[in-house]
Design a protein around this ligand. Structure first.
Ligand SMILES: NC(=O)c1ccc[n+]([C@@H]2O[C@H](COP(=O)([O-])OP(=O)(O)OC[C@H]3O[C@@H](n4cnc5c(N)ncnc54)[C@H](OP(=O)(O)O)[C@@H]3O)[C@@H](O)[C@H]2O)c1
Length: 297
C-alpha cells in the first residue's frame, strides 16, 4: 500500500509517498481503509524536528487523524466490525491503510472525508472545555477559526457559553456563522474584547499560541482560568498548559460530543491527494488554516 514516509527531519520536501506493508492492528486497535486524514500542525512540528520525540526510528510515518472503513479488528475490540465507518486518532494515518487506537462511528449524513479531520480537534476541544470547567458565562478563544478553534466554538456554544473568538479580519464572518462573537486579533486586543464582553470574560483558551497570555490573564483576572495548548511559557504567568499526553480526559469524550451535536462540522478548507502531502504541510505551517486540511489517499 501507499504511505507517506520520511528519513530525515527537515522541510516538507522530505516527505515521500512509498510502498510499504499494510499495517495490522495490535490488541485494542483497528485498521481502516482511509477516506480522509486530517493534517495537524503537530505533524509539521515533528517532521521539522522542532518537536522532540526521542530517538527517531527512521523512516517515520506521519499523521494522527483518520476516517475510513474498518478493515481489520484487533484482539479485544468489540464495538466495531469490519465495514463500519469510523473516525478517530491513531498513527501514520497519511496512508491508504492506517491503525486507529481510538475511534467513534461517523454520524449519518457526515461526509466521511471531512470526518478524517475530526479526531485531534474534537479530542482537544473536549479536553480543554473539561479542564476549564466553565458551566456558564463567557469564554474567550484565541485563534478560533482553525481546526481546534472551530470545534471549541461549536462545543462551547452548545454547552450554553457565550463565546468570543479571535481571528483575522477575513475570518470574522466565519466565526459569526459558528456562533461566536468575533474579534480581530492583534494590538488593542484587550480593549476590543472588553467591548465585546460587557459582563467580563470568565475563562480563556489560547489555541494559536500567538503570545497573548498576558492579555488573556488581564481579561479573565485569574490566571488559573487561562489555558494554552501552544504557548509553553504560560505557566510562568500562572496560566496552564494542556497536552493530550497528560490524559486528563478520555479522547473518545470529544469524539462523542461532536457526533452527538446536530450540525457539528469542521469545514475542509482544502483537500490534498497523498502525493500532495508536502503542499499540505506547507499550508498547515502557514498557520492560517480555516477549519481543516484533509488528505484523501
Ligand atoms: N497541546 C495540545 O493538546 C494541542 C492539540 C492540538 C493542537 N495543538 C496546537 O494548537 C495550535 C492550533 O492548532 P489548530 O489545529 O487549530 O491550527 P490551525 O488549524 O492551523 O489554525 C490556526 C489558527 O490560528 C489563527 N491565528 C493565526 N495567527 C493568529 C494570531 N496572531 N492570533 C490569534 N489567532 C491566530 C488563524 O486564524 P486566521 O487564519 O484568521 O489568521 C488560524 O485559524 C497548533 O500550534 C497545534 O500544534 C496543540
Amino acid at each position: 500500500m501507499k504511505a507517506v514516509r520520511y528519513s530525515s527531519f527537515g522541510g516538507p520536501d522530505v516527505l515521500e509517498v512509498v510502498d510499504v506493508d499494510t499495517p495490522r492492528p495490535g490488541p485494542g486497535e483497528i485498521t481502516v481503509r482511509v477516506a480522509g486524514a486530517g493534517v495537524n500542525q503537530l505533524d509539521t512540528k515533528i517532521r521539522s524536528g522542532t518537536m522532540p520525540t526521542g530517538v527517531p526510528a527512521f523512516p517515520l510515518g506521519t499523521g494522527f487523524d483518520a476516517s475510513g472503513t474498518v478493515l481489520e479488528v484487533g484482539d479485544g475490540v468489540g464495538d466495531v466490525t469490519v465495514g463500519d465507518l469510523v473516525f478517530g486518532t491513531g498513527r501514520d494515518t497519511m496512508a491508504e491503510v492506517a491503525v486507529l487506537t481510538q475511534w467513534a462511528g461517523i454520524p449519518t449524513g457526515v461526509d466521511p472525508v471531512e470526518a478524517g479531520g475530526w479526531g485531534v480537534a474534537t479530542e482537544t476541544a473536549g479536553r480543554l472545555l473539561t479542564e476549564l470547567g466553565l458551566t456558564a458565562g463567557t469564554i474567550l478563544v484565541s485563534g478560533a477559526s482553525g481546526g481546534v478553534g472551530t470545534a471549541i466554538v461549536q462545543f462551547a456554544v452548545a454547552r450554553g457559553l457565550t463565546v468570543i473568538g479571535t481571528a483575522s479580519a477575513r475570518n470574522q464572518e466565519y466565526l459569526t456563522r459558528l456562533g461566536a462573537v468575533p474579534v480581530v486579533y492583534g494590538s488593542g486586543l484587550v480593549d476590543r474584547v472588553s467591548e465585546a464582553a460587557p459582563n467580563g470574560v470568565d475563562g480563556a483558551l489560547d489555541i494559536s499560541g500567538a503570545g497573548v497570555i498576558p492579555e488573556l490573564v488581564t481579561l479573565v483576572g485569574d490566571a488559573s482560568r487561562v489555558i494554552s495548548i501552544s504557548d509553553f511559557s504560560a505557566p510562568s504567568l500562572g496560566a496552564r498548559v494542556s497536552t493530550g499526553a497528560a490524559r486528563t480526559t478520555d479522547p473518545r469524550d470529544g469524539f462523542a460530543e461532536a457526533a452527538a451535536l446536530p450540525g457539528f462540522s469542521l469545514p475542509v478548507e482544502r483537500r490534498f491527494a497523498l502525493d500532495e502531502i508536502a503542499e499540505a504541510h506547507r499550508h498547515a505551517e502557514g498557520g492560517h488554516t480555516v477549519g481543516k486540511l484533509v488528505v484523501t489517499p
